[in-house]
Ligand binder design. Structure first.
Ligand code: ZN
Ligand code: ZN
Length: 285
């Protein structure tokens, strides 16, 4: 698995920004963060933000064998249709559609875009679907389903998105060897319902957003800061959702979080109930 991106909606540093955080990131040569995405294996990707093709080139991870993308939600940093349009510029993928899994509400929103924009900017979207480059597959949260060799289970989070009543999904992927991954971006503090749904999962690898770093945010927010990240990890451990020796990674880190990479890591070392690692772009796990 490789992190193709570990940033939030804005890049880190934001090229247009001259705030202290972005200026410091440039001065200190911080590894830039592209929009969050994770390539699980050559067939399986989580989220398709605008930098996925560039990251594929940078890390020499071609996407020509891609069969499925688990889309957490339809915000542009997680599903960039304008970027997916490059699929139509190769004939080798026509008629062999990539399955884009997403919530029913997100799917309805995408279908609304197609209906409203048969041509023009989103004409690319119609072409992608009509010429079978992609197909949307609606996901019902809290119901397991198979996607190829994977056992998939999605939960509905606090994070609101574009579609009516659309909330981001977090995906638990079960692999043929019995290992489990939970990808939790975007999310927010888990409700009791979500903790009950995941209880006893014995997840081996947790990849969770820590978007807001050391900023104060309300408990009902659709994102996590570092403190809430640690609280979520503790709650997942307490209900047996997460193994005590699980590998834990922070992703989807926002530029307005004033933590640098090393400050974020130091915070986690001091506060996270089990060891957690701040991910970076290009990191293999
Ligand atoms: Zn996001
Ligand atoms: Zn979002």
């Amino acid at each position: 698995m490789i992190f193709l991106g570990t940033g939030a909606a804005e890049l880190y540093p934001n090229p247009f920004c001259s705030c202290q955080t972005c200026t410091r990131a440039r001065r200190e040569g911080a590894i830039p963060r592209k929009r969050s995405s994770m390539l699980i294996d050559p067939r399986t990707l989580i989220d398709f933000g605008p930098e996925v093709p560039a990251a594929s080139q940078m890390y020499n991870r071609p996407l020509d064998a891609l069969e499925r993308v688990f889309i957490t939600h339809t915000h542009e940093d997680h599903l960039s249709i304008a970027t997916l349009d490059i699929l139509t510029m190769t004939s080798s993928r026509k008629g062999n559609p990539i399955s884009l899994y997403l919530s029913h509400e997100g799917k309805a929103w995408m279908e609304g875009l197609i209906a409203a924009n048969p041509g023009g900017y989103f004409g690319g979207l119609s072409r992608l679907v009509n010429d079978a480059y992609i197909r949307f597959v609606g996901v019902t949260p809290y119901e397991s389903f198979r996607a190829g060799e994977l056992e998939v289970y999605a939960i509905r989070t606090n994070h609101q998105s574009n579609g009516e009543n659309e909330r981001a999904l977090n995906y638990r992927l079960g692999f043929p060897d019995g290992k489990k991954l939970l990808y939790a971006a975007d999310t927010g503090l888990y409700s009791d319902e979500n903790l009950r749904a995941l209880a006893g999962s014995a997840i081996d690898t947790l990849v969770m957003e820590g978007t807001c770093g050391n900023r104060d945010i309300p408990r009902g927010a659709g994102h996590l800061n570092a403190e809430h990240f640690c609280e979520n990890v503790g709650n997942l451990l307490a209900c047996g959702a997460l193994k005590k020796d699980a590998r834990v990674y922070v992703t989807h880190i926002n530029q307005v979080s004033s933590f640098s990479h090393s400050e974020y890591q130091a915070y986690l070392d001091a506060h996270c109930p089990i060891p957690a690692t701040v991910a970076y772009d290009g990191m293999n796990v």
